[in-house]
Design a protein around this ligand. Structure first.
Ligand SMILES: NC(=O)C1=CN([C@@H]2O[C@H](COP(=O)(O)OP(=O)(O)OC[C@H]3O[C@@H](n4cnc5c(N)ncnc54)[C@H](OP(=O)(O)O)[C@@H]3O)[C@@H](O)[C@H]2O)[C@@H](O)CC1
Ligand SMILES: [K+]
Length: 483
């Protein structure tokens, strides 16, 4: 079933703290939420592990408070549990109350204590992480050699960015509450969390609704694919134009074949020179090929969407063509050569609808990628006014208004030559069918990942993929998105 946008919402630690405050202000009980959080961790853990010597590493805040609840509930089930407290909870806090209810062993926070554990529950820091992890906390987590279950996030992982602050341990399981955080999906956070369980701890809907989410997990429900009615004809499904050059004619062809398969009514390959036109004419019979120069096609206003960049050289001419198409008021997906042609001059991309840089292209246009890639993608979108798809295993799709989606359905094998051309073609095909740029970019990224997943279905991990393998899967990906 398609999830609702609110179920796809991601909240940063600060936003989650605001929800927490709203819940308490609305009459929810802090200790009850903590008991529900601890119970969710204990439940998830018991499902996956057999009773064994379990050590709870408890921090001074509510993350530690959750840990004391876990300790009590596991002990009640007969598990051999002990707690090592990094620091005592603040007197009078919910965590202090949870700690007072723990009557089992409290061991010194030392390497010897850790060495005896067969399973570690990391309840040191969660949403309240306020600085780099160092000292005994970092040393203890670095020394863990047994499975680790993280409460909310592996301690040290920044839930807003997915980047470790100082250090964050590798978890086998992470149990989080109410909403996922960007850091559960962004790399390396996604890998460090291991399996992620999102538990409902009874946060009131009104409290959750009091914070407007700015980030989402990318999935159908965040967008809808265009509807196709009997009264529609090929022009109502849009016309995509893709200029292509002699150096890499395959790139433009892959983009064009993808745009057709995602429902664009007409797709034209606009040849840069006559030799390229001859090459293009040997392609799919349903593709239209036009002789040079591509600019001549601008007079036809039905050519509403243009994909500029796959296989084009990063030359000033490419950028000049992009400017002309943008100034003619067309929806433009800028990729590959069109992006590199704009190296160091992001303003020249203003007016494009969607930019699809990988990390290297992003750095060339916008400067070195900061550790907070979500913020970097949002900055690039704000500077250019375009939707930016920062491509990777955790592609970030950022809109100029601050909305962002994180895509997490792309298998590693998707990082292959031509894969980006397919993505650009999908985005162009959806733009031509009048999807707004953010929705078109999100849908394209998801369909791309889904097509790769389907192409690899049943294959052993590590099985390679070529971009052409995606094309026959696009129909099934479409069907999966509309279920
Ligand atoms: N969302 C919800 O609705 C619910 C959330 N719940 C749980 O609450 C958790 C958030 O709790 P929280 O706000 O008390 O913060 P938490 O992560 O325990 O850390 C704060 C303490 O750590 C300290 N500290 C921080 N960084 C440090 C460092 N690097 N090195 C050393 N110290 C450091 C910090 O010190 P300070 O910054 O104040 O100096 C402070 O003492 C959340 O993750 C979830 O598990 C559930 O109980 C139920 C409902
Ligand atoms: K933690």
């Amino acid at each position: 079933m398609t999830p609702s946008p609110s179920a796809l919402a991601l909240l940063t630690p600060d936003e989650m703290a605001a929800v927490d405050r709203a819940a308490i202000a609305g009459g929810a009980s802090g200790p009850a939420l903590m008991r529900a959080a601890g119970a969710a961790v204990a439940r998830a853990l018991r499902k996956r592990f057999r009773p064994c010597r379990t050590l709870i590493l408890a921090g001074p805040g509510n993350n530690g408070g959750d840990g004391y609840v876990v300790a009590r509930l596991l002990e009640r089930e007969g598990w051999p549990v002990s707690v090592a407290a990094l620091a005592p909870p603040r007197p009078g806090s919910d965590a202090a109350m949870a700690a007072a209810e723990w009557r089992g062993p409290v061991l010194p926070f030392t390497p010897e204590t850790l060495a005896r554990a067969q399973l570690v529950v990391d309840a040191l820091f969660g949403a309240g992480l306020s600085r780099e992890l160092d000292g005994p906390a970092a040393a203890a987590l670095r020394a863990v050699r047994v499975p680790l279950v993280a409460v909310d996030v592996p301690s040290g992982l920044d839930g807003a960015t997915g980047e470790p602050r100082g250090f964050a341990p590798q978890a086998a399981l992470t149990v989080t509450f109410g909403r996922l955080k960007p850091g559960h999906l962004l790399l390396p956070g996604r890998e460090l969390c291991g399996e992620v369980v999102l538990a409902d701890i009874g946060l009131p809907e009104a409290a959750l609704a009091s914070v407007a989410p700015r980030a989402f997990r990318n999935a159908p429900g965040l967008w809808r694919l265009p509807e196709r009615g009997a009264q529609h004809h090929k022009f109502s499904h849009g016309h995509v134009t893709i200029p292509g050059g002699a150096a890499m004619p395959g790139a433009a062809r892959l983009a064009a074949m993808s745009a057709r398969r995602i429902g664009a009514g007409l797709v034209t390959l606009a040849a840069e020179d006559t030799a390229t036109a001859t090459l293009f004419r040997q392609g799919e019979p349903g593709l239209l090929v036009s002789a040079p120069p591509p600019e001549d096609l601008l007079a036809d206003e039905r050519r509403s969407a243009w994909v500029l960049g796959p296989g084009l050289p990063p030359r000033p001419e490419t950028l000049a063509l992009l400017r002309r198409v943008v100034e003619a008021g067309r929806h433009v997906v800028a990729d590959g050569g069109a992006l590199t042609a704009a190296a160091g001059q992001p303003h020249t991309l203003q007016g494009a609808a969607i930019l699809t840089p990988h990390a290297g292209e992003f750095a060339k246009v916008f400067g070195a990628l900061r550790r907070d890639r979500l913020a970097a993608a949002r900055m690039a979108a704000a500077v250019t006014g375009a939707v930016v798809v920062l491509k990777g295993s955790d592609s970030i799709i950022a809109a100029p208004d601050g909305r962002a989606a994180i895509n997490n359905n792309a298998p590693p094998a998707l990082a292959t030559a031509g894969s980006g051309d397919v993505l650009a073609g999908l985005a162009g095909g959806l733009l031509a069918q009048n999807l707004p740029p953010f929705e078109a970019a999100c849908a394209a990224a998801w369909l791309h990942g889904q097509a790769a997943t389907l192409a690899l279905a049943g294959a052993a991990p590590g099985t390679p993929l070529v971009a052409e393998d995606l094309l026959p899967q696009l129909r099934a990906a479409w069907i999966a998105a509309t279920r």
